[in-house]
Design a protein around this ligand. Structure first.
Ligand SMILES: [Zn+2]
Length: 182
């Protein structure tokens, strides 16, 4: 075996190993989504992984920061850029619990993320294939390898429970206003 081919062997991991890694990193993204929920933000979490290590983490903070751009992906990518001291995140994978919106999908292209793994699809605004496909668009100058479905059930349940609770709370507020004698 030549030196070159042994190098390739060490860099190649099996599909099962990749699936295990994907699960481990998505679990961390899920924990971050739970942190968002604790702050009453839409529960979405994201991590950026480089050479098998998490170099950026984020969760939705739009409401608490009064910042519509403060999505989980945006925050994780900012931290990763800081870590790498580079505005391009070459050879990085982004794990996120919900399919990226058009803003974040555009950001993934700008940052040159290599691979995107998301848990559940967003059929309203998902931009990795559900409503638009910005991560694999031949008109853009970078295409991203995308896959979905890792921890889909857990992440989608966390989101639907959150929206259900919020609808209930809004109803209660409305009812209280109606019942008020003033
Ligand atoms: Zn977004």
């Amino acid at each position: 075996m030549t030196e070159h081919s042994s190098e390739i062997l060490t860099l190649t991991i099996s599909l099962e190993e990749q699936a295990q890694l994907d699960l481990t990193f998505m679990q961390r993204a899920f924990e971050l989504a739970q942190q968002a929920e604790q702050h009453d933000e839409i529960p979405v979490g994201a991590v950026v992984v480089h050479q098998g290590k998490i170099i950026g983490e984020g969760f939705n903070q739009s409401i608490m920061l009064n910042d519509p751009s403060s999505h989980a992906e945006m925050n994780a990518i900012r931290q990763a850029g800081d870590f790498l001291n580079n505005y391009r995140l070459i050879d990085c994978t982004l794990y996120v619990t919900l399919e990226p919106c058009p803003m974040c999908a555009g950001l993934l292209v700008h940052s040159r993320i290599k691979r995107l793994v998301y848990a559940c699809s967003d059929h309203k605004t998902g931009a990795a294939g559900s409503t638009f496909d910005l991560v694999n668009n031949p008109q853009l100058n970078h295409q991203i390898e995308a896959c979905s479905g890792v921890m889909e059930e857990e992440c989608s349940q966390l989101l639907s429970a959150f929206f259900k609770r919020r609808r209930k709370e809004k109803k209660l507020v409305k009812k209280a206003a109606k019942d008020s004698p003033l």
